[in-house]
Design a protein around this ligand. Structure first.
Ligand SMILES: *Cc1c(COP(=O)(O)O)cnc(C)c1O
Length: 422
């Protein structure tokens, strides 16, 4: 009926099919996840929580949300799960609002060093409400743990926030938990990028190191629909009664903060799709996937290293790598991103720690393995991808050569169907 939107969906599907998706925060969902997302659950208003709703007609939504909660708890070993946040940003806002009063201090990673916008970037609303103090990475690319400890002691934050968008190493959760415990901060891990690796056993789970709250997106490595999730440790009680602000009551404080604190009705179709993705993530195939994501990223890093590219932190321990393009090839990340876009290789420009260039044209290029691994690509394809990227960068002023590279990208993607095709 609506030809304009139909054509745009078809064009986007072709773009996703024919290109190589290397943005580390993106992925491809399965057909069952898409089906649940497009289901009639989108028609239902379900403000509240299972068994405690505002409207009638909740016979199926109550069962669905409880099933989703139970699957999330089991997948991450949490006492409680709130599956309603509309996005990762909403999940983080709800936790800040659950635990902090306006003006309270939150200690998180600097955006320019791999932190996320929602961790206190001055352009966000949260930064107007709370006092964000930021730690950084060392020139080696590692978190500056000594600085975290110094800032925590000095500022006595209400929340110590761990978790990043452009950090290629595994944080020392034990050390960070000890710092937070020493100053009595709530230990919060934002695992938006690596939740799928955690679910698949390819990355440590912060909840096993004393962290009390873990937020995540569901659409990155976790390979679910676009959305948020909050896991927590503590006792769950009736969300209708305002509990005392104690660590033990964190699950209830979070439920009240999501609804009615910061959101209205949950997106029940998205919750259905989250449930399907948690089912998929609990299967042995997903553990294999998570291991392969890490292996593939390591191959990409090793190949770029061989070709003389300079990687932030020298390599990767997870799914992403950050290349210092300026130091490697004398071009900024924006120029690199554009050249790669021309040949069907999708990446993103990104600041490197203490970048001397502005955010619109930063020194770095961020890329990762989650989406191409979802298409079934393994070590040999990673070697090819690193080569295609290098060829495109090297021949960036040679249109004929770029056209040839684009054909090679299409040839490669033609052999690997999208998960939603299977
Ligand atoms: C992606 C991301 C978010 C935000 O998720 P949205 O769904 O885009 O709001 C939050 N924190 C981190 C660390 C992220 O990488």
């Amino acid at each position: 009926m609506d030809k304009q939107v139909f054509d745009l969906i078809a064009a986007e599907e072709a773009r996703q099919r024919e290109g190589l998706e290397l943005i580390p925060s993106e992925n491809y969902v399965s057909r069952p996840v898409l089906t649940a997302l497009g289901s009639v659950f989108t028609n239902k208003y379900s403000e509240g929580y299972p068994g405690k709703r505002y409207y009638g007609g909740q016979v199926n939504t109550d069962k669905l949300e409880q099933l989703t909660i139970d699957r999330a708890k089991k997948l991450f070993g949490a006492d409680h799960a709130n599956v309603q946040p509309h996005s990762g940003a909403q999940a983080n806002m709800a936790v800040y609002n659950a635990w902090c009063e306006p003006g309270d201090t939150i200690l998180g990673m600097d955006l320019g060093h791999g932190g996320h916008l929602t961790h206190g970037s001055p352009v966000t609303q949260a930064a107007q409400v709370y006092n964000f103090v930021r730690y950084k990475t060392l020139p080696s690319g590692e978190i500056d743990y000594a600085e975290v400890e110094k800032l925590a002691t000095e500022h006595q934050p209400k929340i110590l926030l761990v978790g990043y968008s452009a950090y290629s190493q595994i944080p020392d959760f034990e050390r960070l938990a000890a710092i937070g415990q020493k100053v009595g901060a709530l230990l919060m891990a934002d695992m938006a990028h690596v939740a799928g690796l955690i679910a698949g056993g390819a990355h440590p789970n912060p909840l096993q190191f004393g962290f009390q709250v873990m937020t995540t997106t569901t659409h990155k490595t976790l390979r679910g629909p676009r959305g948020g999730l909050i896991l927590s440790m503590g006792t769950v009680s009736n969300p209708w009664k305002k509990p005392e602000k104690t660590i033990e009551n964190i699950p209830t404080l979070i439920d009240r903060s999501v609804f009615p604190g910061t959101q209205g009705g949950p997106l029940m179709n998205t919750i259905a799709a989250k449930a399907v993705s948690f089912y998929e993530a609990a299967r042995p195939e997903f553990a294999e996937y998570a291991q392969q994501v890490v292996k593939n990223a390591a191959i990409l890093a090793a190949e770029f290293d061989k070709k003389g590219y300079k990687l932030v932190a020298g390599g990767t321990e997870n799914h992403l790598i950050l290349i210092d393009m300026m130091a490697s090839r004398g071009i900024d990340g924006g120029v690199a991103q554009e050249v790669l876009d021309e040949v069907g290789l999708t990446t993103n420009k990104n600041a490197i720690p203490d970048d001397s260039l502005p955010p619109a044209t930063p020194s770095g290029l961020r890329l990762g393995s989650p989406a191409v691994t979802s298409r079934g690509m393994k070590e040999p394809e990673m070697v090819k991808i690193a080569d295609l990227i290098d060829q495109a960068i090297t021949n960036r002023e040679n249109p004929a050569k770029l056209a040839e590279i684009h054909v090679k990208v299409r040839d490669l993607t033609a052999k690997f169907p999208l998960p939603s095709d299977l």
